[in-house]
Design a protein around this ligand. Structure first.
Ligand code: ATP
Length: 264
């Protein structure tokens, strides 16, 4: 289930250039530059407080950096809200699962389709015919994702009743329902046992391979990162420490000192 052979990616999908972000006196990111290439699995790693989540929040428009630019699909992006990023094909999951706990798995996944719906829900309730056909199409798409992620057995279960590992999988399903071009995963394996982690790794690799989705993920489990990512960017105290293929990063002295060897 690993990326054994080095894959080569030429086309830059998203470029982060000289990004700096501060909260009052706290510098969360200082002068960060890297790119994410179309089709790759890109890991963002670093110790606690390194700025990883802040970076994802800048990429999906939740935080606005004081300096620097984001170029997505060749266009320099001006200030952008998360729903605009989503419309442009950037979906994300969160460190702490963010689902509607009282709603079923299927309904949660359907919320990921909202941006794809041409008619709004109210009109769909009033008018039948074309609107109903549209809803059926969306439901069918969600059912395909449910099959793909092997969560058929829980499609009607309220997600609040599911174990944490499955909730994470439903969150992935909802993000996939948006048919993203770039999928941002914030610690997709956090809090999982070994078996759940193996399943999630397999799904991340399958999504990348079968849907061609570009994936950027934050992960603390170094085994997972080294196994599934094509390239790794390392942050520490808001600065970029290293950037390269997993094998190279693993051997980088500064990385070993800052992260892999000793914690702060
Ligand atoms: N909304 C915010 N307001 C104030 N400070 C913030 C905010 N978000 C992040 N920070 C600060 O920015 C720095 C980077 O935090 P961030 O959450 O991005 O790190 P991280 O690498 O994702 O950490 P972790 O691995 O613990 O999730 C930290 O010092 C954090 O306290």
């Amino acid at each position: 289930m690993t990326q054994n052979t080095a894959r080569v990616f030429d086309e830059v999908l998203l470029e982060v250039k000289d990004i700096s972000l501060a909260f009052g006196g706290v510098k969360a990111l200082t002068n960060i530059s890297f790119d994410i290439r179309k089709g790759e699995i890109r890991a963002i790693i670093g110790p606690n407080g390194a700025g990883k989540t802040s970076m994802l929040n800048v990429i999906n428009g939740f935080y606005h950096p004081q300096d620097g630019t984001i170029t997505y699909k060749g266009q320099v992006r001006r200030k952008m809200r998360p729903h605009n990023a989503a419309k442009q094909g950037i979906a994300r999951t969160f460190q702490n699962v963010a689902l509607f706990k009282g709603m079923s798995t299927l309904d949660n996944i359907m919320t990921g389709r909202l941006l794809k719906m041409r008619t709004n829900m109210l009109l769909q309730a009033i008018y039948w015919g074309p609107n109903q056909r549209e809803e059926i199409r969306h439901r069918e798409y969600c059912e395909q994702i449910i099959d793909f992620l092997e969560i058929q057995a829980i499609r009607k279960t309220p997600v609040g009743r599911l174990p944490y590992g499955l909730q994470k999988r439903v969150e992935l399903a909802r993000a996939l329902a948006m048919e993203p071009e770039l999928l941002l995963l914030d610690e997709p394996m956090a809090g999982m046992n070994v078996e759940e982690k193996e399943d999630m790794c397999r799904f991340v690799l399958d999504v990348n391979e079968e849907f061609g989705t570009t994936i950027a993920l934050i992960e603390h489990d170094m085994g997972v990162v080294m196994d599934i990512s094509d390239r790794v960017v390392v942050l520490d105290y808001g600065r970029k420490l290293a950037d390269g293929p997993p094998d190279e990063v693993r051997r980088d002295e500064e990385v070993i000192r800052a992260y892999l060897g000793v914690g702060h």
